[in-house]
Design a protein. Structure first.
Length: 518
């Protein structure tokens, strides 16, 4: 971490956001948010997943429009921004997922779309020299002629940081979870760039889920909770525990899910599913996990902790190097997800648009495509069975659509996610691996999905569930294991849930020290 990042004295206010509200159908993303930053500071935005951090900075960068409110930059007032207006006011955002042109060179990506500088002919030698000087100044050891497709994700992200900070020379630099995809060495370089830009009088708005990083990098932090700004604090007055308490607020007492069934889990029987010493070098290691019939086990961990990698290695989408998968006591090693499905092990991918759904197909086709053998006779699909199954799932999941024949690409994000869950339920899995099933959905959709998992996936089966929100796991899981740095470091049982303690554990703090040592 950036132990020696220089702290700066407060300067003049360069940005104010007053009364910012953003409404979506079925939810309030931001409500009357006031937020201001000063010249020459690193200002953190903190809050749980869904608190409104990315929405706020997306409004500031012109990606989305506010429903109401005012943005004031250097004394100039705006009701909303477009990306072009934001750039004119020297505001730039670097998002969590690198936005690059893979087939272009580093040099082209750095200067695109203005590398011709309004000239008819491009002086490629001069541009290459300029790129080399900028990369050298930033300390990024890549060459201007490298193709971006050949760079690691970490290097691509740093390239975009360099572009924003030195090529665009932005005055207000928004870093939205930028460090999530960086290696440890590249994170150190990021902190050096931040320090250099702040010394030059630039302002950085910094979003991260790593509290140690926030303490090391930021001068002040503003807390967002449930779409509202609830306070701004000097980092010098905070520590890890105080930041965790600010992020969580007083929600732990109300986290019990009204629909949670107190299912009695018989742990004297053989586990339905087990991982022993499960390891993929560089991704996760020494994973020991037993899951019993009727049980829902949550995996809590920061992005990059290894949750998705574990799921994909179980079902054969990725390899694993060491260890065992035990299903009903028998050792298994799947070469493909299809082989896992035949055994009743079903994985629901995090990326619904890319890996889980067929956008141009109907709700009915998406839900039934994996179970055609069950609704067919002699190779002919029974339309009646298919329609009945889909209608029951849509009712159970409260999918809001005109009909079962509506195309997936016409649905809201929440309803797409419900269809994904329906597709999994239709397969009647014995072991269900759900990777962030409530990601990016509104409150109503989230409650519907969680209820469906709790009610529809326990009977004769088990569930392993990851989620971007600790509170989601607390609502329906019988146990929550903590994944940090690719290893399980702690475990919480229902009855001892404490959202602040679980959050601190995801940061690497072992709460149950005696159990861990045993």
């Amino acid at each position: 971490m950036a132990e020696n990042v220089t702290r700066h004295a407060p300067g003049e206010t360069v940005l104010e956001m007053r009364g910012i509200t953003k409404l979506y159908a079925g939810t309030v993303a931001l409500h009357d948010v006031n937020f201001s930053v000063e010249r020459g500071e690193v200002h953190g935005l903190i809050g749980k997943n869904g608190a409104g951090k990315s929405t706020l900075v997306s409004i500031l960068s012109g990606i989305i429009q506010p429903s109401s409110g005012e943005i004031i930059v250097n004394g100039n007032s705006f009701s909303s921004f477009t990306p072009i207006i934001a750039k004119r006011n020297k505001i730039s955002i670097i998002t969590q997922e690198p936005q690059t042109i893979a087939e272009g060179t580093v040099m082209e990506n750095l200067f695109m779309p203005i590398y011709n500088d309004h000239k008819k002919m491009i002086d490629w030698n001069a541009l290459r020299q300029k790129a080399h000087e900028i990369l050298t100044k930033a300390g990024l050891p890549i060459e201007p002629d490298y193709y971006v497709r050949d760079l690691s994700i970490s290097a691509q992200q740093l390239m975009l940081v360099v572009k924003t900070c030195y090529v665009e020379d932005a005055d207000i630099i928004i870093m939205d979870e930028v460090s999530a995809s960086l290696t440890q060495a590249d994170s150190v370089l990021l902190y050096r760039i931040i320090e250099d830009r702040v010394k030059a009088g630039k302002t950085v708005i910094f979003i991260s889920h790593h509290t140690k990083e926030l303490l090391n990098v930021c001068d002040r932090v503003t807390v967002l909770r449930d779409g509202k700004a609830v306070g701004t604090h000097k980092v010098s007055e905070l520590d890890l525990q105080k930041i965790a308490a600010l992020i969580v607020g007083k929600t732990a007492e109300s986290a019990e899910f009204s629909g949670h069934r107190n299912v009695k889990i018989d742990r004297t029987k053989e586990p339905l599913f087990e991982l022993r010493d499960f390891t993929r070098h560089g991704k996760f290691a020494d994973i020991f996990l037993k899951v019993y019939e009727g049980e829902i086990v949550g995996i809590a961990g920061l992005r990059g902790a290894g949750r998705t990698e574990i799921f994909k290695s179980i079902v054969g989408a990725d390899r694993f190097d060491v260890g065992q998968i035990l299903y009903r006591g028998q050792s298994k090693r799947y070469k493909t997800p299809e082989a896992a499905i035949k055994d009743g092990i079903v994985y629901m991918a995090e990326e619904r648009e890319r890996e889980g759904l067929i956008p141009i197909a109907s709700i009915k086709s998406n839900m039934s495509i994996s179970v055609l053998d069950r609704i067919s006779s002699g190779g002919i699909i029974s339309t009646g069975k298919e329609n009945t199954m889909v209608d029951e799932l849509m009712k159970h999941l409260d999918v809001k659509a005109f009909s079962r024949e509506q195309e997936i690409n016409q649905l809201s994000g929440g309803n797409k996610q419900k269809v994904m869950v329906g597709k999994v339920i239709a397969q009647k899995p014995v072991v269900c691996l759900l990777d962030e099933p409530t990601r990016g959905v509104d409150i109503d959709a989230k409650e519907s999905i969680l209820h469906s998992i709790d009610e529809g996936m326990r009977e004769g089966s088990c569930v392993i569930l990851s989620s971007p929100g600790i509170d989601d796991l607390m609502k329906i899981c019988d146990r929550i294991v903590i994944l940090y740095g690719g290893r399980i470091i702690d475990e919480f049982k229902r009855g001892e849930y404490d959202e602040e303690a679980i959050y601190r554990a995801t940061q690497g703090e072992v709460i149950h020290k005696e159990e861990a040592e045993g």
